[in-house]
Design a binder for this molecule. Structure first.
Ligand SMILES: NC(=O)c1ccc[n+]([C@@H]2O[C@H](COP(=O)([O-])OP(=O)(O)OC[C@H]3O[C@@H](n4cnc5c(N)ncnc54)[C@H](OP(=O)(O)O)[C@@H]3O)[C@@H](O)[C@H]2O)c1
Length: 244
């Protein structure tokens, strides 16, 4: 049995992954944006171990969340799933880029899973928008950031499996009712990477679509870009990555 924390698990792919992992007998802690959504999440996943509330668009709230996760004890797996699409550049930055960065810096786990997207392929690898004040981060940029973060964690942390996922374009609140891809396949890769002992899941620094390694922006492998990314995130939120 694995202990697993999933951000944004009151809806969509986070909720579906949580339900499946609970069904498999894992100890799953949910996360939602506020107390009301937390109650709703617990009703939707009755077997969950618990739920933590934090609005990830608020960096201070994300830092408090990290402390609360650590107070619960050691987790085997964190799924960095919460995300926004139709939102301001600042919200996209805080929720999609900075929240997974802060949690990666402050919460250790053996398996780290980052929800990226095929739209990362059109993200800006120069990180220009991330550096600008105010930030000019698009959704595609933020999903490239998630991939860069996964690759950076994979490079820096030994004995850790850190990977990124493109779940496909699937019919969630974010994906919309007309999304063409298979909703089940949209969460199964997270579930597999979170808990399976399949040797194909025990890898690090990879980018998956539907349990297969997929084409990605190779700039994310560039250690200089990774270092630049970590350093800009540190400047933005005041949290430094320190190898534990
Ligand atoms: N669906 C797709 O086609 C698709 C494609 C590629 C990548 N992805 C990625 O997959 C991940 C999950 O997406 P999804 O389709 O499941 O989206 P979704 O249905 O919109 O769910 C997103 C989850 O994140 C939570 N969230 C958003 N902003 C938050 C905040 N400020 N604080 C705390 N929680 C917050 C939402 O909470 P509420 O329920 O309270 O709003 C929800 O539980 C995202 O990272 C997304 O970028 C999705």
């Amino acid at each position: 049995m694995k202990s697993i924390f999933i951000t944004g698990s009151a809806d969509g792919l986070g909720l579906l992954a949580a339900k499946e992992l609970v069904k498999q007998g894992h100890w799953v802690t949910l996360h939602a944006r506020n107390e009301i959504r937390s109650k709703e999440a617990m009703q939707l996943v009755p077997g969950a171990a618990g739920v933590l509330a934090a609005d990830l668009s608020d960096m201070q709230a994300t830092k408090r969340l990290a402390a609360e996760v650590n107070n619960l004890g050691a987790f085997d797996t964190i799924i960095h799933n919460a995300g926004v699409y139709k939102a301001s550049a600042q919200q996209i930055l805080n929720v999609n880029t900075i929240a997974p960065y802060i949690l990666s810096c402050l919460v250790p786990a053996r398996r780290l899973i980052y929800l990226s997207s095929s739209s990362h392929l059109s993200g800006d690898a120069t990180l220009k928008g991330l550096k600008s004040v105010p930030p000019m981060v698009t959704y595609s940029d933020s999903k490239l950031h998630d991939l860069i973060l996964a690759k950076a964690m994979a490079g820096k942390l030994s004995n850790v499996y850190a990977n990124a996922i493109d779940p496909g374009w699937v019919p969630t609140k974010m994906g919309g009712a007309d999304a063409p891809d298979d909703l089940d396949k949209g969460f199964q890769t997270q579930v597999w990477l979170a808990a399976s002992d399949d040797p194909k899941a025990l890898v690090t620094g990879k980018y998956f679509n539907h349990q297969r390694q997929a084409k990605y922006r190779t700039e994310s492998d560039d250690v200089e870009i990774q270092e630049q990314f970590l350093s800009i995130c540190e400047k933005i939120c005041g949290v430094a990555f320190q190898k534990s």
